[in-house]
Design a protein around this ligand. Structure first.
Ligand code: ADP
Length: 257
């Protein structure tokens, strides 16, 4: 019932009694299906830019089109853009598989979220306004520094991609009296419609696929964020009001001294 998959095993015991065993295989079948869907989606995402690259290269190899300098430069620009799309996708796929491989290891670097938020925000400041506020000088968690950096980068990158490209983006770090720290990344962009909101952390899910692709998105950013936060025994939430902005928050356990 309800898509369940069962295996039935029946043994005849001494004396003629029968032992019937029922095994619920639903979980295993659904994991296998989601794995197959993932591979199919990833292949599809790679195939499109690759087909474009091949198409443009073949056109350039044609002496008539290849001889036109302006056309050549335009096509080379497109080839570079498509190649960069494949590069971003491969790098996100590798991040996902690394997170998966490390999922049973407890991350143990001392990561100060106040310092890291300032550092990551600083990397974006050449092109955008990214404000950082904190209610404490330090908020240290036991974590994987590279992964937490990736979380902040993905969230700020999204805030600029789907908000206003020049910002402002507001990052806040609040360590509570309890053992938790709350990090929020808020933008004043277009927001996410309620029908998309519950699904945006799924792999390859996008509210607007062509917009995401044009902005260089892979559809994997938020699923990477969610995986990393779960590996750190934290919580990830998104709240959004269409027309006025999106707020992504991470709750992470502070390091116990
Ligand atoms: P992508 O590579 O497409 O940005 P993500 O997993 O990072 O993939 O995000 C999934 C989708 O969620 C995006 O395609 C976009 O539709 C939506 N989204 C994510 N962050 C924001 C935001 N700050 N404002 C509006 N929409 C967002």
């Amino acid at each position: 019932t309800g898509g369940s998959v069962w295996e039935v095993d029946c043994k005849v015991l001494e004396g003629g009694n029968r032992l019937v065993s029922l095994y619920d295989l639903s979980e295993r079948v659904s994991v296998a299906k989601s794995h197959a869907d993932f591979v199919a989606n990833a292949s599809h995402e790679l195939r499109t830019p690759l087909a474009n690259v091949i198409g443009y290269v073949e056109t350039l190899m044609n002496p008539k089109a290849g001889g036109n300098e302006e056309l050549r430069n335009r096509f080379l620009g497109t080839i570079r853009h498509e190649a960069q799309r494949m590069q971003s996708l491969i790098s996100d796929l590798m991040s996902l598989s690394r997170i998966e491989a490390l999922k049973h290891e407890v991350p143990a670097d001392n990561v100060d979220l106040v310092a890291l938020a300032n550092e990551v925000a600083g990397d974006f400041r050449a092109n955008a306004v990214v404000n950082v506020t904190a209610n404490c000088a330090h908020a240290v968690i036991a974590g994987d520094r590279g992964q937490i950096q990736q979380v902040l980068r993905n969230l700020i990158d999204n805030a600029l991609k789907y908000g206003k490209p020049e910002g402002p983006v507001h990052v806040s770090v609040e360590a509570a009296q309890t053992a938790w720290v709350l990090v929020m990344v808020r933008d004043e962009g277009e927001g996410i419609a309620p029908e998309h909101l519950p699904r945006v952390t799924e792999r390859f899910y996008r509210a607007d696929a062509s917009r995401s692709r044009a902005a260089g998105g892979t559809g994997l950013g938020l699923s990477i964020v969610k995986h990393i936060v779960e590996r750190h025994r934290g919580r990830f939430d998104i709240e959004s009001r269409p027309g006025s902005g999106t707020s992504c928050s991470l709750m992470l356990p502070l390091r116990e001294d």
